[in-house]
Design a protein around this ligand. Structure first.
Ligand SMILES: Nc1ncnc2c1ncn2[C@@H]1O[C@H](COP(=O)(O)OP(=O)(O)O)[C@@H](O)[C@H]1O
Ligand SMILES: [Mg+2]
Length: 372
């Protein structure tokens, strides 16, 4: 293995530190500037605004440096704190301070074992996020079919429904048993169609979850991921909440993702949201496994296709962003019905099942599980 370039480690180091002013990671808030290596010393500027307290500044600086050390930078590190004008961003007023997250007191900076520090899950080979820029595009449909599809290739699969406000795993996988917590306080997933399932919908009344604040949700999701007895898994599929906001960001930052699948419908607006998703994962260094265009067309009885929402949007977006279009899934009553019945369409033997199965196959090819 070649020498690690310390400049390459700035992004992961700063991504793990939360900026209390913007509520985003220090990296996404673009506070790390002018990274350079001079005579073996890693130097960079940290751009603070007047909204950062003195404590904020020293906490952030210390956290970034500690993360760099942890990532293996051994040489000198010299950050330089600079005061800049608060960014107008979209022209709106500066964002209010994000509320402190439990376990992240002190502005959220915890370089070691902190809340946004990625912990691997022992026994789990690949964690794959299924994400969408907006809700209702079929994210959970794709996630459940992907999970079940992977079992059909002989893999051990888990699925976690992280969508607090619209948990659909219980319906789509037909699981309604409350998970048991054993003596060691480990949550036992409920097995459905060969997939170990956990959903916030199995534990919390969705109406109750609505009133929760972001940090509470994050805490619960993290606990779900870390405290569940997943056992040995080849793939853990995470059905993320829709959108590209802070909840998604912190979740993505909390979990060591092997990659992400983005679901979109063909409309321009959905595609624009999907593209936001693509750039979010890019910035966070999560590999993009591909795009699934759902409700791509309506199959007519004569075998032709009605492109209800426009044609080839997914294909164009995939080309433009150099990612793979994993599948074009039609708009079909059978899909909705399969979801409502809790028997994912991939379990069938028709063209549709084949379409879904192809997504799973490509994931196994992109993320192999055989012992190296
Ligand atoms: N291709 C499709 N054809 C028909 N119905 C679909 C299709 N994809 C999803 N649905 C239905 O649309 C609704 C929303 O899908 P869902 O997967 O829950 O979306 P999301 O998780 O993005 O909110 C569900 O009732 C689902 O069964
Ligand atoms: Mg959903």
């Amino acid at each position: 293995m070649g020498e690690i370039n310390p400049l390459d480690l700035l992004q992961p180091a700063a991504t793990r530190v939360r900026d209390p002013v913007s509520g985003r990671s220090v990296w996404l808030a673009q506070m790390v500037q002018r990274p350079r290596v001079e005579e073996g010393t890693l130097r960079f500027d940290l751009a603070f605004t007047s909204q950062h307290t003195k404590q904020d500044r020293s906490d952030i600086q210390a956290a970034v440096v500690a993360n760099l050390r942890e990532l293996g930078v051994t040489g000198d590190i010299q950050p330089f704190a600079r005061l800049v004008m608060p960014k107008g961003g979209t022209g709106g007023p500066p964002k209010p301070k994000a509320p402190p997250v439990k376990g992240m007191e002190g502005g959220g900076m915890q370089p070691h074992g902190g809340a946004i520090h990625k912990k691997t899950i022992p026994g789990v080979k690949h964690i794959v996020a299924v994400a969408s820029g907006k809700g209702g595009v079929g994210k959970s449909t794709i996630a459940s079919n992907l999970a079940v599809g992977l079992t059909q290739f002989g893999h051990k699969v888990g699925m976690m429904d992280a969508d607090v406000y619209g948990p659909s795993l219980p319906t789509m996988m037909n699981v309604h048993t409350r998970p048991v917590v054993n003596k060691e306080k480990r949550i036992q997933p409920v097995v459905a169609h060969g997939v170990k399932c956990i959903s916030i919908g199995l534990v919390v009344d969705p109406e109750e979850a609505i009133i929760w604040r972001g940090p509470m949700i994050m805490g619960l999701l993290r606990q779900f991921i870390q405290d569940t007895d997943w056992g040995e898994l080849d793939y853990l599929i995470v059905d993320l909440p829709p959108g590209t906001g802070d909840a998604q960001l912190s979740l993505i930052q909390a979990v060591p993702l092997a990659g992400a699948v983005i679901v979109t419908t063909p409309q321009d607006i959905a595609l624009a949201d999907a593209i936001r998703g693509i750039s979010m994962f890019r910035k966070l260094d999560v590999p993009l496994l591909g795009l699934v265009e759902n409700m791509a067309y309506y199959p007519l009885p004569d075998g032709t296709r009605d492109y209800v929402f426009g044609q080839d949007g997914g294909k164009r977006a995939a080309e433009k962003y150099a990612t793979e279009l994993l599948a074009e899934i039609p708009l079909q009553t059978a899909i909705r019905k399969a979801g409502d019945d809790g028997t994912p369409a991939v379990l069938g033997s028709d063209e549709l099942a084949h379409n879904f199965s192809h997504i799973a196959k490509r994931i196994t090819e992109k993320l192999p599980t055989a012992a190296e």
